[in-house]
Design a protein around this ligand. Structure first.
Ligand code: PLP
Length: 390
């Protein structure tokens, strides 16, 4: 039989892409089982009706043909203005590539940074698509361990120990850990990238969800704009996950090269989605803050419950829509614990190992249910952990 390429067959080695619990939960839901789904980072609200109205008007107004491949001028300008304002780095439309979600921006960045065999380092735990994205671009993914004791902030010594780096891919606020890299960590990262003459890819899709600390975009650090790509997305900031709209910011020459890549892959984002995105960005900070606010309230409610017990630990979460729970005291693997929770209690969470070896013994809980469902689910998780640890 004709075989698919080695490249696509090995995107998820061993056939285990870490999503077994998620797929099982989806199957149970499809079979009519009611469960608390705390697996993926999809909001419990839909896209705002005003954005949908703008989308509808754009489509009915005729923006249904092939759209500008790099992004419409209006959207690229709106993104550039946003990045300039938020980071203080002068950014124009020539620094902006509009992509089908942050995921396509990650892939474009990886393609831009390496030739076949190139090494892209990223802190472990990491967003689950990173290794496959690097492999899809022909590269070698190199997870760099971080430690719960350090709040999962990467340390320079671990980066140095990982061997040669063509690029370093970071994500702050972090999925899955909620870590917000502090200024010192970011300086170390910038120094490492510079010393290795490596690209830095900064995945900032959670930049509107910062609960403590300050979000630092490394592109704003001295000398970094020329070696930095920034991944952005409207999935989390505007509850537009299904619209598949994001962007990549980078040096002008690199963006020009990547427009050619887009021509040969997605051929751009639908025009009516781009118009809706431009409208969504025009709604400003208050609109984005309102979308982010429930996650802070839910995090705080969960932390209050967690503070009343000592079996399950929690990684200090400075941002993003997740909590990382340390269940090592149960002696169970995260997968076994999550599988038991799902089958016996109809609560779906992600085993930490789905996000790398460093997150073994942890569960990632997405704060994507209202408190009246989230808190009882957490209470059940805690009582199961207590029972298992006894
Ligand atoms: N980066 C991180 C860290 C994420 O958590 C996600 C989605 O969950 C993405 C990138 C991709 O988001 P999207 O493609 O929906 O913009």
């Amino acid at each position: 039989m004709t075989q698919t390429s080695n490249r696509v067959r090995t995107l998820a080695p061993g056939g285990d892409d870490g999503w077994a619990i998620f797929h099982r939960a989806r199957a149970m839901r499809a079979a009519g089982v009611s469960l608390a789904d705390l697996t993926v980072g999809d909001h419990d609200i839909g896209t705002d009706p005003a954005i949908l109205t703008a989308m509808d008007a754009a489509a009915r107004g005729g923006h249904t043909g092939y759209a500008a491949i790099a992004g419409t001028d209006g959207l690229r300008d709106a993104i550039a203005a946003r990045v300039s304002t938020r980071t203080g780095v002068a950014t124009t439309r020539d620094n902006v590539l509009v992509t089908t979600g942050g995921q396509a921006a990650l892939f474009a960045a990886a393609m831009a940074c390496i030739d076949p065999g190139g090494r892209i380092l990223f802190p472990d735990p990491y967003y689950a698509t990173y290794p496959g994205t690097v492999r899809a671009a022909g590269g070698t993914p190199v997870p760099v361990p971080t430690r719960p004791e350090d709040g999962f902030q990467p340390r320079r010594a671990a980066l140095e120990a990982a061997g040669p780096a063509d690029a370093l891919l970071i994500n702050t606020p972090s999925n899955p850990t909620g870590a917000v890299y502090d200024a010192d960590t970011m300086d170390q990262i910038a120094q490492f990238a510079t010393a290795n003459d490596a690209w830095l890819i900064s995945d900032e899709v959670y930049d509107t969800q910062v609960w403590s600390g300050t979000h630092v975009s490394p592109r704003a650090l001295p000398g970094m704009a020329e070696r930095c790509f920034v991944v952005g997305s409207m999935s989390k900031s505007h509850a537009m996950t299904g619209s598949r709209i994001g962007w990549l910011i980078g040096p002008e020459a690199a963006i020009a090269d990547l427009i050619v890549l887009v021509t040969h892959t997605t051929y751009g984002v639908p025009g009516f989605i781009q118009d809706a995105a431009e409208f969504a960005l025009s709604r400003g900070d208050a609109f984005e803050a309102a979308i982010a606010a429930p996650f802070l309230a839910r995090r705080d409610a969960c932390l209050a419950v967690l503070a009343e017990q000592s079996v399950v630990g929690v990684i200090p979460s400075g941002g993003a829509m997740y909590l990382m729970l340390d269940i090592r005291a149960t002696g169970m693997s995260a997968f076994d614990f999550a599988a038991h929770l799902l089958e016996a209690h109809h609560i779906a969470v992600m085993p930490g190992d789905s996000f790398g070896k460093a997150a073994a013994g942890h569960l990632r809980v997405a704060l994507t249910q209202p408190e009246e469902r989230l808190i009882p689910a957490l209470t059940t998780i805690l009582s199961v952990a207590k029972e298992m640890a006894a």
